[in-house]
Ligand binder design. Structure first.
Ligand code: CO
Length: 632
């Protein structure tokens, strides 16, 4: 069995992602122990991250049989070439894989009823029809019971290569059983004329170009300030390891920062854990559009290969990503993760008006990023590390809005007209990040911080007294919290076992600037299946088997999984390894300017050191003056 292990590609650190050889070896070990036959597919093959100090390389494998729908989870030892466990997960539906995207379109186009529905709309050239594979959710239709489904949302090009999202085929969806390769049902809500006004954005259609843009070049004559060793990175006192998984994409492990002679920990593991994009139009195919781009598709498997000088400027280090395909083979996505540093304006400044002395320091940040394309949309995930200890996630939303036609009576419906006959419906992008915190050590506690105006009285004669009210969140139920703009609420992750030289518990403050609790109800898809949207933060004891805030298997999931269920246990989250889950996002009331391609909009959050250091830790950053700057 050990011949299955490709020793030459063995990784050098226990947290390194699986190599291509290890992915293939893991599939072979599982197949050798439990061959499911011709219908065997692999949802996930990923590093089973070691919890202790073991050097054994293990893989987690989720495999299923398209002929029965049965799904099993295995853990294999790559070091020993054996399967360690095999657990059935009845009812679980694997994610929709990139391999299945075009498969769903092909199945729909081969169905005579779908072809007839297209013909009814005057569409006969199937080569121009593009049917996107959307997850289906759980809507209780009897003919869908027990099946693994994709609903197609279709568009038609005017001519080859034009932007098909300008031309939605409104009111038509093929419900496809992707395991059995057949159409279950055609949902036809009536004919609406396809909008034919073109909305092209690509360079092949652009006839004139703006002039006057002079080049901006990033020059790093001595190279970057970071060093990379395998998946380990060091930059300006920061240390961390890069991870990558099919479902989460980029993962940051063991993030720490130098303070004097000490290397102090901040986060054990950080990643995107889930996201959901619910649409707010109530008729036709649209209520079924509630895409969990992380849990139902996998944001990592959809990562782009980034292009030097276009996606990324400066001195770039790229990491490849290795993901599995559904046949169990490995696919390497070249240049999936970009590492670079960039100037970010001034770090700090002061002019002493008496001495006329001015001190100013340039700020810079390290950027670790990847971009995923999920059908019509692009998500860029940019982690920023700053010289002063600040950590930021900046999510960039771009790509093409999911368009719709007008309603049958010609009205717009719940959205914005972006072009004649073409509508962008209201929707949200709600993200949830999983932050396994380790501020100055493993045992942390979250404290809620409100700013409150004291009542007037003898000790507050001018009614200006502000109290900073700090409330430790000690159990899971107490730690389901929402923002409060009236009290400028924030949260701080502190280590109550440590005290600084000036008497503070070291901490990191969560600046939840994009908190978004999408309006939802207990009986709709979001309320039932994306319970994490109900609170801006949740805190749980860190558990390796509690990774997915909307449940382990989100595709066609049942209600109540993940954070709502775990936190019902109301476990202690005080002075122990804790995970902070933060929900945030973008409420997307579509603008005409978002079409035909959306300029980047941002959302995210910031983690700032708060009494982690005893003062500004950047006084030793030397003054710098760019020799390439000039007076224009
Ligand atoms: Co949007």
């Amino acid at each position: 069995m050990d011949t299955l292990y490709v020793g030459a590609q063995a990784s050098s650190h226990p947290l390194d992602p699986l190599s291509a050889g290890e992915v293939a070896a893991a599939a072979a070990i599982v197949r050798a122990a439990h061959d499911l036959g011709a219908g065997m597919r692999f949802e996930t093959i990923v590093l089973s991250e070691p919890e202790g100090s073991s050097d054994e390389r293990r893989a987690f494998v989720s495999t299923y049989d398209i002929s029965t729908g049965d799904l099993f989870e295995a853990v294999v030892s790559l070091s020993d070439g054996i399967m360690k466990s095999w657990i059935p997960r009845p009812g679980a539906k694997p994610r929709i894989a990139p391999d299945e995207f075009l498969m769903a379109e092909k199945i729909a186009k081969a169905d005579p009823n779908f072809v007839a529905a297209l013909a009814k709309r005057g569409i006969t050239d199937l080569s121009l029809v593009c049917s996107d594979p959307w997850s289906c959710g759980m809507f209780g239709h009897a003919d869908e019971e027990g099946r693994r489904l994709i609903q197609t949302i279709s568009f038609v090009r005017n001519r080859p290569f034009d932007n098909h999202y300008a031309h939605p085929i409104e009111g038509l969806s093929a419900i496809v059983d992707i395991n059995r390769g057949e159409v279950v049902r055609i949902d036809d809500y009536g004919v609406v004329p396809v909008p034919r006004t073109e909305g092209n954005y690509s360079s092949r259609f652009q006839e004139t170009w703006r002039t006057g843009l002079k080049p901006i070049e990033v020059v790093q004559p001595e190279g970057p300030s970071f060093t990379v060793d395998g998946y380990g990175v060091e930059w300006c006192g920061w240390k961390f390891r890069i991870g990558f998984t099919p479902r989460e994409g980029l993962v940051l492990h063991d993030l720490s920062i130098k303070d004097g002679d000490a290397q102090r920990s901040i986060i054990k593991r950080a990643c995107l854990a889930e996201m959901v994009v619910p649409y707010g139009h109530p008729t036709g195919v649209h209520p079924r559009k509630n895409a969990f781009d992380c849990g139902e598709y996998g944001i990592g498997v959809l990562a782009n290969s980034l292009v030097l000088g276009c996606d990324c400027l400066g001195a770039i280090h790229y990491f490849d990503a290795v993901v599995n395909r559904i046949d169990g083979s490995a696919e390497t996505i070249p240049n999936a993760i970009c590492l670079h540093e960039e100037d970010c304006g001034i770090l700090w400044k002061h002019s002493d008006f008496r001495t006329q002395e001015t001190d100013v320091r340039r700020g810079r940040r390290l950027v670790i990023s990847f971009i995923a394309t999920v059908g019509n949309y692009e998500y860029g995930f940019y982690w920023h590390l700053y010289l002063d200890g600040t950590i930021e996630l900046d999510v960039k939303l771009t790509g093409i809005i999911n368009t719709a036609g007008v309603m049958q009576d010609g009205s717009i419906g719940r959205g914005t007209l972006v072009s004649p006959g073409l509508v962008g419906h209201i929707h949200q992008h709600v993200f949830n990040v999983r932050l396994d915190m380790a501020v100055d050590g493993p045992n942390n506690t979250v404290v809620e911080v409100d700013t409150v105006l004291d009542p007037p009285g003898p000790t507050n004669p001018y009614h200006n007294a502000l109290s900073i009210v700090e409330t430790p969140l000690l159990t899971e139920k107490a730690a389901r919290r929402n923002g409060d703009a009236g009290h400028v609420r924030s949260w701080r992750v502190v280590n109550r076992e440590k005290t600084s030289a000036i008497g503070h518990h070291p901490g990191y403050r969560l600046v939840a600037h994009s908190a978004l609790r999408t309006p939802h109800a207990p009986d709709n898809q979001v309320g039932r299946r994306a319970g994490f949207v109900a609170h801006d933060i949740w805190v749980t004891p860190t558990r390796s088997d509690e990774r997915w805030p909307a449940g382990d298997y989100v595709n066609q999931s049942k209600p109540g999984e993940g954070l709502p269920k775990w936190t019902e246990q109301d476990r202690s989250v005080a002075d122990q390894p804790i995970t902070v889950w933060h929900s945030f996002g973008h409420n997307h009331i579509v603008r005409p300017e978002d079409f035909p391609v959306q300029p980047v909009v941002h959302c995210g959050f910031i983690l700032q050191p708060f009494a982690f250091f005893t003062r500004n830790p950047t006084l030793d950053i030397p003054p710098a003056k760019s020799s390439h700057s000039c007076c224009a």
